[in-house]
Design a protein around this ligand. Structure first.
Ligand SMILES: *Cc1c(COP(=O)(O)O)cnc(C)c1O
Length: 372
C-alpha cells in the first residue's frame, strides 16, 4: 500500500501537461536521491544557495542564479530586490509605504493571476495599453509609461497570452535606455532548454522559471537566472534572512533537488524526447484509425508555447460533449486527467506521460467511448 492508497487519494495519469494542480511533473530517481542526501545533513543554507547558484549559473551560461520556492515566489523576490535597488535600501526591511510608492510597468495583455506576486508586495501596477486589433504596443507607449517611480518592467511569456505587447528585445531596449530592470515570468518556458539563457542573453535582468514544471525539479521550487547585482540582493533578502523574504522558505532538499534536475535537463537528449512525444501521438492515432467518429490530430506547439507536440482527439458524432468524456476519464479507474480542446475534443499531451501510460489512456478512452 503506498501513501496515496493509505490516504484514500486517487492517483491520476497526467495526460494534460505540467499543470501544477496535479503536481506538475515527476522528479527523476537522481533528483530524489539528491534530495534524500541533502536531507541527511545540516548545512548553512546561505553557503548552499551561493554554491548551487554559482553552479547553475555556469550550467546555464548566466551571470548568476538563485533558487526560490517557486516561480511565483521568484517574481515577488525579484520585484522586492528592484525596489531595494531603486531606493538604495536593504530589501529585507522594506516597508509597505516604500513599496507602494513604486511602480511596475506591465503590458495589459501580460496581466494574469500570477501577477498577484507583485501586487502582494504592494507596488502599483501601471498598464501599457495594447490595442487588441493585432497591432503591437509601440516603444513610445512603453517609454511613456515609465516614470521616476518605475522599479521594473514585468514581462510575461506564455503560449496563452493575447497578442499586443511589444517584443522582448524592443522592451529590453526601451527599459535599458531608461535604466529600468526587466523581470520575465518564464515559468513554463522550457523546453526549449536554451530559454534558460536566451532571455538573459537578450538583456533581461531576471528570467524566472518554475522548478516543478518541465525542469522536473521539486514541486515547491523555482529558478531565477540573471544579473549578479540582483542575485546579490536576493542573498540578503530571501530565506533564510528574516524580513520580507522569510516566509518564502526553500529547503536544502529543494535546493539540492533543483540543482540535480537542472544538471540533467541541460544534459538530456531533447531531440530524442521530442521524438518520443511524436511517437506517442502516432500510436494514439493508430489506435483509433478507422474508428468511426474519432479523429486524432497532431497539435503543435502546446498551450505554453513549448515546441512539443500533443494530440487532439475529436469526437465527431458522439452523443455527449467532450467535457463529459473528460469527466468520465477523470472519474474512472485508473483516473486520466486531460484538458479540453473546445466542445468536441480533448488534448492528450504526452509530455507528462511515462513509458506505458499511453496504453492505459487508450484503453480508458475506448471504454469511455463505448459507454457513451
Ligand atoms: C506555472 C506558472 C507560474 C507559477 O509557477 P510556480 O513555480 O508554481 O510558482 C507563474 N507564471 C506562469 C506564466 C506559469 O505558467
Amino acid at each position: 500500500m503506498d501513501i496515496y492508497e493509505e490516504l484514500g487519494v486517487s492517483k491520476l495519469i497526467n495526460a494534460a501537461g505540467t499543470y501544477t494542480v496535479v503536481g506538475g511533473s515527476r522528479m527523476s530517481e537522481i533528483t530524489l536521491k539528491a534530495m534524500q542526501e541533502a536531507a541527511n545533513s545540516h548545512v548553512s543554507i546561505r553557503e548552499l544557495q551561493r554554491r548551487v547558484g554559482a553552479r547553475i549559473a555556469e550550467l546555464t551560461h548566466n551571470e548568476a542564479a538563485y533558487i526560490t520556492c517557486g516561480a511565483a515566489a521568484g517574481l515577488y523576490l525579484a520585484a522586492a530586490a528592484c525596489v531595494a535597488a531603486k531606493l538604495g535600501q536593504a530589501a529585507a526591511t522594506l516597508t509597505f509605504q516604500e513599496t507602494s510608492g513604486c511602480e511596475v510597468v506591465v503590458f495589459k495583455t501580460h496581466r494574469n493571476p500570477y501577477d498577484w506576486s507583485l501586487r502582494q508586495l504592494g507596488v502599483r501596477i501601471t498598464e501599457v495599453q495594447c490595442s487588441g486589433d493585432g497591432s503591437a504596443a509601440s516603444k513610445a507607449d512603453l517609454a511613456n509609461a515609465i516614470t521616476d517611480h518605475t522599479i521594473a518592467v514585468f514581462y510575461t511569456l506564455s503560449g496563452w497570452l493575447e497578442e499586443g505587447a511589444l517584443g522582448l528585445q524592443d522592451t529590453v531596449a526601451v527599459a535599458e535606455s531608461r535604466g529600468v530592470p526587466v523581470i520575465v515570468d518564464a515559468a513554463a518556458q522550457v523546453p526549449p532548454v536554451d530559454n534558460l539563457w536566451n532571455f538573459t542573453k537578450a538583456g533581461v535582468t531576471a528570467a524566472i522559471f518554475s522548478g516543478g514544471k518541465d525542469l522536473r525539479g521539486p514541486q515547491a521550487s523555482g529558478l531565477m537566472v540573471g544579473k549578479q547585482w540582483l542575485v546579490d540582493i536576493l542573498l540578503e533578502e530571501a530565506f533564510p534572512n528574516s524580513g520580507i523574504g522569510r516566509m518564502l522558505k526553500v529547503g536544502r532538499e529543494e535546493i539540492a533537488g533543483l540543482f540535480a534536475a537542472v544538471k540533467q535537463y541541460v544534459n538530456m537528449d531533447h531531440v530524442a524526447r521530442a521524438q518520443w512525444c511524436g511517437e506517442q501521438i502516432r500510436l494514439l492515432k493508430a489506435a483509433f484509425v478507422g474508428e468511426s467518429g474519432v479523429i486524432v490530430e497532431r497539435s503543435f506547439p502546446n498551450e505554453a508555447g513549448q515546441p512539443l507536440p500533443r494530440a487532439i482527439v475529436r469526437f465527431a458524432d458522439s452523443q455527449r460533449n467532450a467535457s463529459e468524456i473528460a469527466n468520465d476519464l477523470l472519474n474512472g479507474s485508473p483516473a486520466v486527467y486531460v484538458k479540453l480542446a473546445g466542445k468536441d475534443g480533448i488534448y492528450v499531451n504526452p509530455m507528462t506521460l511515462a513509458e506505458g501510460e499511453l496504453a492505459i489512456v487508450i484503453e480508458r478512452l475506448r471504454q469511455v467511448l463505448k459507454d457513451s
